[in-house]
Every structure is written in structure tokens, then in C-alpha cells.
Write a protein that binds this ligand. Structure first.
Ligand code: F6R
Length: 600
């Protein structure tokens, strides 16, 4: 979703380049228009914005003074179409104030009617109302800029990360956040703000968190954090641990395939990260105790992370013997089910910023139940607001379609579930290593999968995945992967359910991909495969060595029954990748999608 970068420094800092590079690093979040506003130290300033990619923005940026300050934005349309008028930055009527925004202002129409009845806006965005309001308070009520900004913030309902410039004082950059991500980066004679440290990591690796409700005043030499009531906040900075190489595709054509290939290494990294020198699993004891004391686990997540949660349920129930429910965060947030007496909540989120999950966390915190977040992003909102955090250690995931974060989530869930059991139930380090090898074997057979995809999915408008138990949960994830990047309408069904309705959709040539690693139901799934075959379906059967039959198309190595999702999911990821390549679509940036979904 929207990305924010701001920079304030010396005159010779090449601000436009820093901003554009930063926006390029935020491209992964998904966007449909982009813009920057830059100024020199005297306030000679210019606004550049356009619909479409950052490459297009680059072509129009032409500033002949030495910019020392600026703000840049990538917009993922919420209020109003994806157009140049709606692209950020937005300016006040006199153009004194310029604002960028990530989030949704729920009461912008009420604010417009109440405070700005005579102002004609140029865009359809909620953001333009906010910058107009700041100007109104400055010009009509004689407020100082910061006070006008604070007053405006106090009137807002919704989510925001803002960066504000007042061209009458180009030595200062203002920012504020509530429920949308924003960080301060500290440099030597410059300071930055960004939605994600990735955007500015080339400039600095020292960062400061901003909490909701804080307002920031940045100059090139100073950073001031204060609350809306004026009280000053002191906070220590931290070093962002981002490896520059992780942000680069290297020789890969797409991030997605690089990230798919990284999965065995991520599993091994997590074995190391969660074991001590003696090779024993080493997890936070108070967290384990809190989980052991609970009578039921509730996993809350969205999309791919929700699918990992479904595997988590199997792991917790089978390895730790704790009843577990999995809920979509967006549903739970407003209509929670009846809860057990001593629930423990686990949030799974690659980004740690997903608004739906965050809203559910707000609800759970109101009820004062213990919470754990499993996330890839240290210091992310969900991590900060939960009692405990387990990191995915997957490295930045840049392709919009989640791959290595999903398998890392399953890995961490397995480590946790196994640790909750009084004695580790299985030799998990060993089993995970076998799974990493099995993934490597899948990765070495890419051509085979590509050939199948070319012969079976090239012209398909729809496809089905089927499976039972864990295979069904992986089928849900594999179907999401295929539909979100190749746009082939793909649905997943529990194999046994087909005959209860869906089989009506099967016709000559319909691709049906069966995942079959669950030993206890393999024979039933084979029966279901025959049923769709008899109606003309074009089958692909993914099985495991010990269940292999001559007619199976793709066979994974034998791994522990609870860890097969780590391997079969990779087959699904590759099918989606090759189907998308075949259609000559952008694998990493599917239409309409955003990586970090910071609005509900
Ligand atoms: C799909 C995908 C999404 C995310 C979902 C939740 O490939 O990545 O479905 O899983 O938007 O995001 P996080 O995990 O960041 O909370």
C-alpha cells in the first residue's frame, strides 16, 4: 500500500535521487501513482506527480536548484481513482503546505463539510482535505504550523502516516502516525522518514520507532518526538538489520523466484536462530508458560498468513495437544466467536502491519488476553503491540505474493508447537532439515513443472486444487498463489467435498491439481481424482514417495507427515510462477494488490 519517504539534509544531497530510489524500494508494497515534492533551502520548490510507474515519474522530475528537503509517495488508490490528480503529494490552496499520507481518514467528508465548506478541492482524496484544514488553521486562526498540524490530527478518525512540508520554513519536516507504519532514520547531517527502513537503508541503518499519536519535527540536525499534549518523548534508536543484498534481485528475473529458492536456507536459518549452542530449542520461557496455561489457542491472520495458521492448528493439536481455532482477522475484529476461559492469541503476519490483524489485536487487548505475534518485521506494529514476538528470519520479502514468509511461518509454528509439548514430541531439527532437502529436490525439478504448466494451464481460465487435511490447507494457499499472480480463477476444495456441488464445474480439459501426502486419506483422494477424470478433467497429481503410483505427475521426497506443507507449497508456488511467466504478466507486482495492507 502507500509508501512514504522524506529527507532533510544539506543542499548538495541530491534529494530527488534519494526520494526516487526510496520509492523504488517501496514499489513492492503495491502502488498505482507516485510523486515527489522537493525544495531548496530558500523555499524554491516543485511538485512532480504522475499516474503509473516510478519510471514515468523519473522522466518528469527536472529541478534546476539544489534541493535539500523533500517528500515522496507511492499511492495505492483508496479514495478516488488512480490518476495524476489523486496522486500524492497534495497541496493546500495557496500551495504553502504539501502533504503525503498513508492510511484512511474515515471522517474526511464530515471535516470538509464542517470546516471547509467553501474550499474547492482538486482531487477526490481524503488527504487533500487534511492539508486544506492545516492551512485553514494557520491562515484563519493564526496558528503556528505545528499547532495547526496537531489540531488537525486531534480531529481525525482513521489511520495515517503523514509527512508535511511548510514551504515558508523549508528547514523543517513534520510527520505523524497512527495505525500506519512510519519510521525515522537518523543520518550524519541529515534525517529521513520512511514507511519501511528498506527505503532508506542505503542512506542510514540507524532508526527510531514512532508510536501512534506522536508528532515528529525533523531538521537536518535534530529529531524531536512529542505527543499531542506537547510532552516530549525520549526513545533509543536501533540498528536496522537489513542486508543490502537481500534487496537486490541479483541474477534472478523476479524477486518471487529468488524468494522461492531461498526457502531451504530460511528453514536452516530458523533452526539455528531458535536453538542454543547445545542444539536445544531455546524459546522465551514466560511465553511458553503463558501458552501452556491457556486452554485454547486462537490464531488470527489474513491471506497467506491465515493459510499458515491452518497448518499451525494441525501442528498445535497434534504436537502439543492444545485445541486451536484459526480465524480471519477481519472477521474476528468485529464479530469474535465465543471464547474459551483462558485463551491465548497468536497473530501471524509477514509484514506485522496488516490493518485487519491490527484491528483484531486491538480487540484482544481490550479483553486483556495474552498475545504473540509471529512476523518477519522486527519492531513492526503488531510485534510492538503484542506481549511476545517470534521472528520469521526470512529476510525481506519483496514479491507481492508471499512465499518464503509462508514456509517460515510454518517452520516457526512447528518449533513452537513442538516446544509446548512437555518433551519435544519429534526430533524437529532433523525433520526440518529433511524438509529443507526435499524442497531442494523440488527446486531442482523446475523444468518438469514448467513443462506441465505450459501444456495444461496456458489457456485455462480456471483451475482447481484438491486435497484432504494438511493437503487441503496447502491447496488453499496454492490456489491463492495461482489466482493472485496469473489471474487464473483457481479454487481449492477438500477432495471429499467435490461431489457435493463443485464437480458440476468440471468439464473437458478443466485443470485439477491434487495434493496427496496424507496417508490416511490418500485412497479416498485417489477415488476423487478418478471421479473428476471420468468427467474430462486434466489432472495433475502431486504425491509423496511412499504413496507414489505410476500415474502420479510429481513426487516429493518423504518428509514428516506434519511438515509436508513446507514442500508441497513450494510446488504450488512454482506452478503459479510459471503460469504467470507464460502469460507474460509481472510476477512480482500483480494488479490491484499491495504487499503491506495497511487499510481495513
Ligand atoms: C498473498 C499474500 C497476502 C498476505 C496478507 C496478509 O500472497 O501475501 O495474502 O498474506 O495480505 O499479510 P501479512 O502476512 O503481512 O499480515
Amino acid at each position: 500500500m502507500c509508501g512514504i519517504v522524506g529527507f532533510i539534509g544539506q543542499a548538495n544531497c541530491n534529494v530527488q535521487e534519494v526520494l526516487i530510489k526510496g520509492l523504488e524500494k517501496l514499489e513492492y508494497r503495491g502502488y498505482d501513482s507516485a510523486g515527489i515534492f522537493i525544495s531548496d533551502q530558500k523555499g524554491n520548490a516543485q511538485l512532480f506527480k504522475t499516474q503509473g510507474p516510478i519510471a514515468k515519474l523519473k522522466e518528469i522530475v527536472n529541478f534546476d536548484s539544489e534541493a535539500s528537503v523533500g517528500i515522496g509517495h507511492t499511492r495505492w488508490a483508496t479514495h478516488g481513482a488512480a490518476s495524476t490528480e489523486n496522486a500524492h503529494p497534495h497541496q493546500s490552496n495557496t500551495r504553502r503546505f504539501t502533504l503525503i499520507h498513508n492510511g484512511v481518514i474515515e471522517n474526511y467528508q464530515e471535516l470538509k463539510v464542517k470546516y471547509l465548506p467553501d474550499i474547492r478541492l482538486k482531487s477526490q482524496t481524503d488527504t487533500e482535505v487534511i492539508v486544506a484544514l492545516i492551512e485553514k488553521f494557520v491562515l484563519e486562526d493564526n496558528m503556528q504550523t505545528k499547532d495547526a498540524f496537531k489540531k488537525t490530527l486531534s480531529l481525525i478518525h482513521g489511520s495515517y502516516a503523514f509527512a508535511l512540508m511548510d514551504i515558508e520554513n523549508p528547514q523543517v519536516l513534520y510527520a505523524a502516525k497512527s495505525k500506519s507504519p512510519l519510521l525515522i532514520g537518523i543520518g550524519d547531517d541529515f534525517n529521513v522518514i520512511a514507511s519501511d527502513a528498506m527505503a532508506t537503508i542505503e542512506a542510514t541503518n540507524e532508526y527510531l520507532e514512532i508510536e501512534d499519536g506522536e508528532i515528529i519535527t525533523l531538521t537536518r540536525e535534530s529529531v524531536m518526538l512529542e505527543r499531542l499534549d506537547g510532552s516530549i518523548v525520549k526513545r533509543d534508536s536501533y540498528q536496522a538489520e537489513i542486508d543490502h543484498n537481500d534487496l537486490d534481485k541479483g541474477t534472478y528475473p523476479y524477486y518471487m523466484i529468488k524468494e522461492i529458492d531461498e526457502q531451504p536456507a530460511v528453514i536452516r536459518r530458523n533452526i539455528q536462530a531458535y536453538q542454543n549452542e547445545a542444539g536445544e530449542w531455546d524459546l522465551d520461557l514466560p511465553m511458553l508458560e503463558a501458552i501452556r496455561k491457556s486452554d485454547r489457542l486462537y490464531i488470527l491472520a489474513c491471506g497467506t498468513s491465515y493459510h499458515a495458521g491452518l497448518i499451525g492448528k494441525v501442528l498445535f493439536e497434534e504436537l502439543a495437544g492444545i485445541a486451536t481455532e484459526v480465524h480471519l482477522a477481519s472477521e474476528f475484529a468485529y464479530h469474535p466467536p465465543l471464547l474459551s476461559e483462558k485463551p491465548f492469541f497468536i497473530f501471524i503476519s509477514q509484514s506485522g502491519e496488516t490493518a485487519d490483524s491490527r484491528q483484531a489485536l486491538v480487540k484482544v487487548k481490550q479483553l486483556a488476553y495474552p498475545t504473540l505475534t509471529i512476523t518477519n518485521v522486527k519492531g513492526s506494529t503488531l510485534s510492538r503491540e503484542s506481549d511476545y514476538t517470534l521472528l520469521l528470519n526470512a529476510g525481506p520479502e519483496i514479491a507481492v505474493a508471499s512465499t518464503k514468509a509462508y514456509t517460515a511461518q510454518i517452520t516457526i509454528l512447528a518449533i513452537l508447537a513442538n516446544r509446548i509439548a512437555d518433551n519435544d514430541k519429534i526430533d524437529l531439527g532433523h525433520e526440518l532439515s529433511i524438509s529443507a532437502h526435499a524442497i531442494e529436490s523440488v527446486l531442482s525439478q523446475k523444468e518438469k513443472l514448467q513443462t506441465w504448466v505450459q501444456s495444461s494451464l496456458k489457456k485455462s481460465r480456471n483451475a482447481f486444487y484438491i486435497g484432504r487435511y494438511v493437503d487441503y490447507y496447502v491447496a488453499l494457499e496454492a490456489a491463492l498463489k495461482l489466482k493472485e499472480i496469473s489471474y487464473i480463477q483457481t479454487e481449492a476444495f477438500a477432495s471429499g467435498e467435490l461431489k457435493h456441488g463443485t464437480i458440476a464445474l468440471i468439464e473437458e480439459g478443466t485443470p485439477v491439481i491434487a495434493i496427496m501426502t496424507d496417508e490416511s486419506t490418500a485412497a479416498n483422494t485417489r477415488g476423487n481424482i478418478e471421479e473428476v477424470k471420468a468427467r474430462g478433467a486434466l489432472n495433475m497429481v502431486i504425491s509423496m514417495k511412499k504413496l507414489f503410483k505410476e500415474q502420479d505427475d510429481f513426487v516429493i521426497e518423504d518428509v514428516h507427515a506434519l511438515l509436508t506443507p513446507l514442500v508441497t507449497a513450494v510446488v504450488g508456488q512454482l506452478i503459479a510462477y510459471f503460469a504467470t511467466l507464460d502469460r507474460e504478466l509481472d510476477v512480482d507486482k500483480p494488479r490491484n494488490l499491495a504487499k503491506s495492507v495497511t487499510v481495513e
